[in-house]
Design a protein around this ligand. Structure first.
Ligand code: MN
Ligand code: MN
Length: 288
């Protein structure tokens, strides 16, 4: 009778949870459009649009043990946010698969660091969907910037493999850095020309680690599908490309984040897509 304010169907107790939803409302380094601090709650609200039954997976999400822990209090300082996220990760039950709702992309490096501690060295692979290389050493006078997310992820201990899909933007220095350091990425043009399954065949073979983490910067999608992001970039992935990525990578994944939703620029479609992708991830993981 009373709708809860958390993510839809997330009414399990933490001690029973197989999936935990965590909001990370931080946008302290936003460089174009700010407001992704409001992303987690916009995704939660949108999640109530959908049936609890997933007809593709023949699975009712209401039967799964999902717990929404709410939002972490991350303040305004990026170094403080990073430390707080790391502390929060350490408190999550190891048996549950975490789904993090951003917030800007700078939330991901501390998540990866936290999850890598649960894995043997070199056994965590990271798949990032992004329009941007995010390989800057620093941006806006901080190493914690969203524009440095992949650079910081690559520096974390225990990362065995990394690749990003959807790339169509970066500085000349970032592309040079990727080339010189043999950092794998797939452009959105490659996805458009060869198809997402062709690209995923290569990416998932490269990410042949024991564990896989999936980070979705929503600007990987074309602004036609996901307009409400911090740094929109035309010629992106379709919603079908990202769905397929979750269907194929999700069953192997130890966690997911969906970041960079800036709801003030939305007519609801970006938040709806983000919520639906989170739900597909949970279904894909549950059905594995
Ligand atoms: Mn990013
Ligand atoms: Mn991006």
């Amino acid at each position: 009778m009373f709708l809860r304010c958390g993510f839809a169907d997330a009414d399990a107790d933490l001690r029973d949870a197989k999936y935990v939803v965590v909001g990370l409302p931080f946008d302290g380094t936003a460089s174009f459009r700010s407001g992704s601090r409001d992303g987690p709650d916009a995704i939660r609200l949108a999640s109530f649009n959908f049936e609890s039954y997933d007809c593709n997976y023949d699975l009712d999400l209401a039967t799964l043990a999902i717990c929404d822990l709410g939002n972490m209090d991350l303040g305004a300082d990026p170094a403080y946010a990073e430390e707080t996220i790391k502390e929060g990760i350490a408190l999550l039950p190891k048996a549950a698969v975490p789904i993090f709702l951003g917030g800007e992309h700078s939330i991901t490096p501390p998540i990866v660091e936290g999850l890598a501690k649960n894995c043997a060295d070199g056994e965590l692979g990271v798949l990032v969907l992004d329009a941007h290389l995010d390989l800057r050493e620093q941006f806006g006078n901080t190493r914690f910037s969203h524009a440095c997310a992949s650079k910081r992820i690559l520096e974390k201990k225990g990362i065995g493999a990394f690749t990003s899909i959807g790339i169509r933007s970066g500085s000349k220095e970032e592309f040079t850095f990727a080339k010189e350091n043999d950092i794998s990425y797939h452009t959105s043009r490659e996805v458009f020309e060869k198809g997402i399954d062709y690209v995923l065949d290569d990416a998932l073979e490269r990410l042949n680690c024991e564990q896989l983490y999936l980070s979705i910067d929503l600007d990987a999608l074309d602004p036609a599908f996901a307009p409400a992001v911090g740094n929109p970039e035309p010629f992106g992935l379709t919603s079908w490309d990202v769905l397929r990525t979750i269907e194929r990578a999700g069953p192997r994944a130890v966690g997911l984040d969906i970041n960079e939703l800036s709801p003030a620029y939305d007519h609801g479609q970006t938040a709806l897509l983000a919520a639906r992708l989170a739900r597909v991830f949970i279904a894909a993981r549950a059905k594995k």
